[in-house]
Design a protein around this ligand. Structure first.
Ligand SMILES: Nc1ncnc2c1ncn2[C@@H]1O[C@H](COP(=O)(O)OP(=O)(O)OP(=O)(O)O)[C@@H](O)[C@H]1O
Ligand SMILES: [Mg+2]
Length: 206
């Protein structure tokens, strides 16, 4: 029993860790800045240590105090990274200032065991939007104009229609389609039909 459950747990860990290794390779190949995986030993994934200029573990984005210009630059870079990731078929799923390190060359994305396959996961759109909103919320503290942007919806729409490429030019604005207006006109038609039916019934009774 115990052996079985331990085996089960190991298997589960392996699947989990393999998902992270898989994501790290796929993303590096797609040009996303992620640590290089080295080895996977007894449930522990060894990877490149991202360092600062002194060779110490790099700070998390959350540990930095940013100026407006720097915030806008990093935000732009990370939106491009999110687009590259999605072009490679993945959504991070837990992207935030805590899972981004900053080395001498800029942001590096970490913590990928929960990355999801964009085309196979029903929650992918929602997760992508949340990842992108997290970036806007964080960088928006230093550059408030970012708080109004809607890159997540814009990126997903392009992805769904097969138009997303790593070079795509984004606006940060999203034009909702007119489904709401359609619903309104359908409701009016229903109302009209009902009024008509009531009128006919009264005519009949008269
Ligand atoms: N490749 C790396 N190079 C340098 N530091 C790293 C690296 N990977 C992780 N770290 C540090 O370890 C912390 C935890 O790593 P990670 O986010 O991958 O694990 P976690 O289990 O999700 O932990 P948490 O719950 O804190 O997010 C990171 O916030 C970062 O400070
Ligand atoms: Mg983490």
């Amino acid at each position: 029993m115990e052996k079985n459950s331990r085996f089960g747990r190991q298997q589960q860990e392996q699947v989990w860790q393999n998902a992270e290794v898989d994501a790290l390779y796929r993303l590096a190949a797609a040009g996303v800045r992620v640590p290089q995986p080295y080895n996977f030993v007894e449930g522990v994934l060894l990877m490149e240590l991202v360092t600062d200029e002194q060779g110490n573990a790099a700070p998390r984005l959350n540990d930095l105090e940013l100026g407006r210009e720097q915030a806008l630059e990093y935000h732009g870079l990370l939106i491009k990274e999110v687009v590259r990731m999605l072009c490679a078929g993945l959504v991070h799923g837990d992207l935030s200032e805590y899972n981004i390190l900053v080395d001498a060359s800029g942001p590096v994305i970490i913590d990928l065991p929960q990355a999801v396959d964009a085309s196979a996961n029903n929650n992918a759109a929602r997760m992508l939007e949340r990842d992108v909103d997290n970036l806007a919320d964080y960088f928006g503290r230093f550059a408030p104009e970012l708080l109004k942007t809607e890159y997540g919806k814009e990126i997903w729409k392009l992805y769904e229609s097969g138009e997303l490429t790593p070079q795509v030019a984004l606006t940060g604005r999203f034009k909702a389609n007119n489904k709401a207006a359609d619903v309104g006109s359908i409701m009016r038609e229903i109302d009209d039909a009902r009024d008509e039916a009531i009128r006919r019934r009264y005519e009949h009774e008269d």
